[in-house]
Design a protein around this ligand. Structure first.
Ligand code: LIP
Length: 263
């Protein structure tokens, strides 16, 4: 498949805007004097930095493309007339950000008629940019990246995550301990966008989490796919509905069988 020209052009704009937002987020990370509030639960945090990052991203997108649609974690929501929609997570990994754990990112995905055609995940602390456009492959700081080749499930390393809702977390935890007997180990690193990028670069063999939002997975999903990953849903839900299973092709069906066995 040849690179989609519009995907490539919109990626260039997304990369520029994500880099600007990363400067704001890094400034707040250094100063550590920002206000913190809670959202859906006492553990679901939002900071001044999340809000300012999203405001900057929205301003920059509408300045360049006034007819596009928007969906942002911190409330940006706009029907566009162009068929293009920007899906924004101004800081993915906000809990890490608040605790000073260097694993949070600015994530921007671009959809055309509902299909993601470009994505950038800018790792603020490591100053690394993961990028991809439809048919254009996936890159880390401009260099091509690919998923791992590991085919043995029992020797595979997986990223996982937990919801902000304590009840759901309990359900997820019960589920995870059963899966543990089938794999090498897990890593809970706190940012779905970066976890998907680690699958893309082979730092993880796979990642699964459920009940995520579009902004957590839009950009990371295309980066993983363009790096050779299979991304899909499970338990009767789709990837786009937030049931995320992403891995190299060899491990996808075996892990799906395990996930379905413990439904
Ligand atoms: C977070 C995800 C993470 C998930 C958290 C939360 P946020 O996104 O990146 O994978 O486990 O529950 O959804 O809230 O930092 O943008």
């Amino acid at each position: 498949m040849s690179a989609d020209p519009q995907g490539r052009d919109l990626l260039a704009l997304a990369v520029e805007i994500a880099a600007e937002a990363a400067v704001i987020v890094a400034k707040y990370a250094a100063e550590r004097t920002y206000a913190i509030e809670t959202k859906s639960s006492p553990t679901d945090l939002v900071t001044e930095a999340d809000r300012e990052s999203e405001a900057l991203i929205v301003r920059a997108i509408l300045a360049a493309r006034p007819h596009d649609g928007l969906l942002g974690e911190e409330g940006a929501s706009r029907e566009g007339a162009s068929g293009i929609r920007w899906v924004i997570d101004p800081i993915d990994g906000t809990t890490n950000f608040v605790y000073g754990i260097p694993a949070y990112s600015v994530s921007i995905g671009v959809e055309r008629d509902g299909q993601v055609i470009a994505g950038v995940v800018h790792d603020v602390a490591l100053k690394e940019a993961y990028t991809a456009s439809l048919g254009g492959g996936a890159h880390l700081n401009g260099l091509p990246i690919h998923v791992s080749a590991r085919a043995d499930l029992s020797a595979s390393l997986w990223g996982i995550g937990f919801a902000y809702d304590p009840h759901r977390r309990g359900e997820q935890a019960k589920f995870y301990d059963r899966v543990m007997t089938h794999i090498r180990d897990v890593r809970r690193m706190g940012s779905a966008a970066l976890d998907l990028c680690r699958v893309a670069s082979g730092q993880l063999d796979g990642y699964w989490e459920f009940q995520l939002n579009a902004w957590d997975i839009a950009a990371g999903g295309i980066i993983a796919r363009e790096a050779g990953a299979v991304t899909r849903g499970f338990h009767g839900y789709t990837f786009e509905e937030g049931y995320v299973l992403a891995s190299n092709p060899a491990l996808n069906a075996p892990m799906l069988a395990v996930l379905d066995a413990y439904r």
